[in-house]
Design a protein. Structure first.
Length: 190
């Protein structure tokens, strides 16, 4: 909530904030109270009126989730199964063949690494990103050089045909100085 505050003029309209708690134990231990897999809680005042409708607390009691892999129907079922069984999964089940779950499994793999392993992974990832950036920069630089070379060739050809300098400037984007410095006798300059 604090991060939504802006400096200067601000209309004080806040986006909703959700606090999600995943419990590996039962919170509802009172035998007289019905246990819920997911309990949504809002802040209420002394007369049980909702105090603030933009702050939500969601508690998930994982021991109450008992569905097997074959019983999963909804995306929520899949997420709950994923969260409950992740430590025991040695491979990604076919039902999780979605990009979001691939990302979640990858994040879990990184989180399971030791600190030295995570540092090595991060350094390798940084090196890989630097490599990709270098390749992209080289590609863009090569394309820019090729474009300049094509512009120079067109300018040289138009000048050799005695086309008016104003027309050459409008056609190629070359400056008057660049046009005047081109030697039309050297059509194969590199």
């Amino acid at each position: 909530i604090v991060n939504q505050g802006l400096q200067g003029d601000w209309d004080y309209k806040l986006k909703a904030v959700y606090f999600i708690v995943i419990l590996d134990f039962l919170y509802d231990k009172d035998p007289n109270t019905e246990s819920f897999l997911i309990r949504e809680v809002s802040l209420k005042d002394q007369i049980c009126s909702e105090f603030y409708n933009k702050l939500h607390f969601i508690y998930i009691q994982m021991p109450l989730f008992t569905k097997t892999e074959s019983e999963l129907v909804t995306r929520l079922d899949k997420w709950l199964y994923f969260l409950k069984n992740l430590p025991s999964l040695d491979k990604i089940p076919a039902m999780f063949d979605e990009r979001i779950f691939d990302k979640a499994f990858h994040t879990a793999e990184i989180a399971a690494m030791s600190e030295p392993e995570r540092e090595i992974y991060q350094q390798n990832l940084d090196n890989y990103r630097t490599y990709l950036t270098t390749l992209e920069t080289a590609k863009l630089t090569g394309e820019a050089r090729g474009e300049v070379k094509r512009q120079l060739e067109i300018t040289r050809n138009l000048k050799s045909l005695n086309v008016n300098n104003d027309v050459i400037m409008k056609t190629t984007g070359s400056s008057l100085e660049e046009i005047e410095n081109i030697d039309v006798n050297d059509l194969y300059e590199k």
